[in-house]
Write a protein that binds this ligand. Structure first.
Ligand code: AVJ
Ligand code: FE
Length: 466
């Protein structure tokens, strides 16, 4: 059997606004979807006002028609792609697209090509048996075997952008002509794959911006002897919210849920209390000034070892800034030490998710609405039913829980997507950040990093037993 093939010539023409002319092509696909529709009525799909969280509101009883499902996927693909183009519209992104900004991450341009490669692999190859667009760039943009440090020898930015566009033309054509309802989960997985790589690109741009800024060097006095005096101050006496004991449903079985969020299952928790807000820059500064980085008492053995080996005495990207911003750029080790220093602990991921019950994502700082963090008190609508604030958006929050499968876990779409990281060496982060796209923002979503990664989009809040 010979596989199908598509024209790989640049059909972008002589435009400078990278990729933006895929808009009319998307519209063309929309026309095809509507022409192919056998239905007599789909007026709801046309008039629906989508806030960006239409998937959250979809109840399971309202099954979508084929046409509505195709339109929704097309619209979500397009909304997600707009964020990517916005990032690449910045001169900064173009200037640094082939440098490795940080040893833990591939260059920005690799993420861009990898987004398109992944789209060609899962839609064109796996569903459509069209192999050439995937084969062409697999050596550069597949996950293996290229090590991240060697991902600097990339095609030019305009060539990568052409690839991004050609793939999208073909995938939306496939969506319009050949979509089947059982493929919905794969499409939503793919969209979230793009959302996550978009967030990594935003993270790298933020690292690039911050690493060229002036950093504060704090005068740290050795106050570890009378440490308790410092920590009895009001500054650390942050408001906490009491969460009553009982069962709640952890995870999600919705069509867009990732494999690691499924299956949804009942979890019984004891009563606990959790910080109303994420830990702020001002609070974290007190920890630094009080000798937090000099006193092993508050550190895990692995954390203290890490701190000694790396010579760490401040968060990596520490800057003088608004005290009411949530602290960010801290590793799990630092978050854990801070919590212990004030006789608290990190919440488990189940506690975090229960505390987030009923949070409306649309009020949160996400989807690049703010191009950065926002002060914690700006989020008074971003509340759970327990009154816990700012759980979604702003910064990711480290939890005490190691990334592991829920009972009954089934890998999707490939074994290694999540299962590779069930290695007891990754901790779960929850809640998304200002750079998380709408499609990746929900209280059941699980992110994961190793405990020594100082993720610039990650902060934390604390909990206590009640
Ligand atoms: C969940 C964000 C840690 O970017 O490494 C992307 C998601 N997996 N492509 C990552 C992922 C494959 C992952 N994180
Ligand atoms: Fe990926």
């Amino acid at each position: 059997m010979t596989s199908k093939s598509v024209n790989t010539e640049n059909n972008r023409g002589n435009t400078s606004n990278y990729g933006f002319n895929s808009l009319p092509l998307n519209c063309e696909s929309l026309n095809i979807i509507q022409e192919n529709s056998q239905e007599t009525s789909y007026e709801n799909s046309q008039s629906e006002q989508n806030s960006g969280h239409f998937l959250e509101q979809e109840s399971e009883s309202q099954a979508l028609s084929q046409t509505q499902a195709q339109e929704k996927i097309l619209q979500t693909l397009f909304q997600t792609r707009l964020n990517l183009f916005r990032l690449f519209g910045s001169c900064q992104a173009q200037a640094v697209f082939d440098h490795q900004i940080h040893p833990e991450f591939s260059p920005i341009g690799w993420h861009l090509g990898h987004i398109a490669y992944t789209e060609s692999l899962w839609i064109l190859v796996k569903l459509g048996d069209i192999k050439n667009l995937s084969d062409l760039y697999a050596p550069v943009f597949a996950n293996f075997p290229t090590a991240k440090a060697h991902r600097t020898n990339l095609p030019s930015l305009s060539e990568i952008l052409d690839y991004v566009e050609i793939v999208r033309v073909e995938t939306t054509r496939y969506l319009a002509n050949s979509y089947q309802s059982e493929q919905a989960r794969l499409w939503y997985w793919l969209i979230q794959h793009e959302v996550q790589h978009c967030e990594t690109i935003a993270l790298l741009l933020e690292l690039n911006r911050v690493s060229s800024a002036n950093h504060l060097s704090l005068e740290i006095s050795d106050r570890s002897d009378n440490f308790s005096d410092n920590f009895s101050g009001n500054y650390f006496d942050s408001q906490m919210v009491n969460i009553p004991a009982g069962e709640f449903w952890q995870g999600s079985d919705q069509i867009f849920a990732q494999d690691n969020e499924q299956p949804k299952h009942l979890v019984k928790l004891d009563q606990f209390a959790i910080d109303r807000f994420p830990v702020t820059v001002g609070q974290y500064r007190e920890f630094i000034l009080a000798g937090g980085y000099q006193n092993p008492t508050w550190w895990s053995a692995a954390g203290w070892q890490w701190l000694q080996t790396e010579g760490i005495n401040l968060p990596q990207y520490w800057q003088e800034e608004n005290d009411n911003y949530p602290v960010c750029g801290v590793s799990w080790y630092e978050a854990d030490a801070y919590a212990r220093a004030i006789a608290k602990r990190l919440p488990t991921e189940a506690e975090w998710e229960k505390a987030a019950t009923g949070t409306d994502p649309s009020f949160s700082n996400h989807n690049f609405a703010n191009s950065g963090r926002s002060p914690i008190q700006q989020s008074s609508h971003n509340k759970s039913i327990y009154g816990c604030q700012d759980l979604l958006g702003n910064v990711w929050e480290w939890t005490a829980t190691k990334f592991a499968p829920y009972p009954g876990f089934v890998p999707f779409p490939y074994l290694g997507y999540s299962a590779t990281y069930f290695d007891q060496d990754h901790y779960v982060l929850r809640g998304g950040s200002w750079a998380t796209g709408s499609m990746g923002l929900r209280s059941s979503f699980r992110n994961w990093y190793q405990p020594d990664v100082r993720q610039i989009l990650a902060g934390f809040r604390c909990a206590i037993n009640y």
